[in-house]
Design a protein around this ligand. Structure first.
Ligand code: FMN
Length: 174
């Protein structure tokens, strides 16, 4: 798949088969994340955590659902059944917002690489506050002290093959 095809084919998948992705694919996706440009070259301010332990995945999603329920009073399923979650954490960056920007770029590289490999994905912002708030969860999945989980990505194979959506963002030209 060429780069543009992968960009336009990427889509969020919210129902996964029970099949795990291969070790080789996982390594390629991580490598793609690590190839991302990072502000001031501060790769040391980021950390990548791979969660494939089923008990841990269930715990993360349950806690995320619970904390969302406490916040907005709506119980929403956050566990789409994917057997891999990658969490990208950051230390505070040199300027506010740059930590999230760096993580977003790493994550986008990962989802484009996944698409190229025929692996479906969804970016996960929703479950991150639950991990951040719980020292037990952060320790259990090995997020180092001083790092905040900013975004995750669920990876696997879609139950149903759906086409990618077409989005528009307002553009002005001067
Ligand atoms: C920063 C960010 C956080 C997101 N968090 C979630 C999430 O927690 N759960 C979810 O189902 N989708 C999440 N998404 C996916 C978006 O809802 C999705 O990308 C958007 O609706 C466009 O649809 P598409 O990805 O299929 O093109 C997130 C996307 C981004 C970029």
């Amino acid at each position: 798949m060429n780069t543009l095809d992968a960009i336009f084919a990427r889509k969020s998948t919210r129902a996964y088969k029970s099949e795990q992705i291969s070790e080789e694919a996982l390594e390629t996706i991580i490598k793609a994340g690590c190839a991302a440009p990072i502000g001031m070259g501060r790769y040391d301010t980021l950390h990548i955590t791979v969660v494939q332990n089923e008990e841990m995945l269930t715990k993360i999603y349950k806690e995320a659902e619970e904390s969302m329920f406490k916040l907005v009073g709506i119980r929403k399923n956050m566990d789409y059944g994917a057997k891999t979650m990658i969490v990208v954490s950051s230390m505070p960056a040199y300027r506010e917002g740059m930590d999230a920007a760096n993580v977003g770029i790493v994550i986008e590289n990962m989802v484009i690489a996944a698409t190229d490999l025929g692996i479906d994905s969804v970016i996960l912002g929703g479950p991150m506050p639950a991990i951040e708030k719980s020292d037990e969860l952060k320790n259990a999945i090995g997020i180092p002290d001083g790092f905040t989980p900013i975004l995750g990505v669920a990876l696997g194979y879609a139950v149903e093959d759906e086409p990618a959506k077409v989005h528009t963002i307002n553009v002005n030209r001067v």
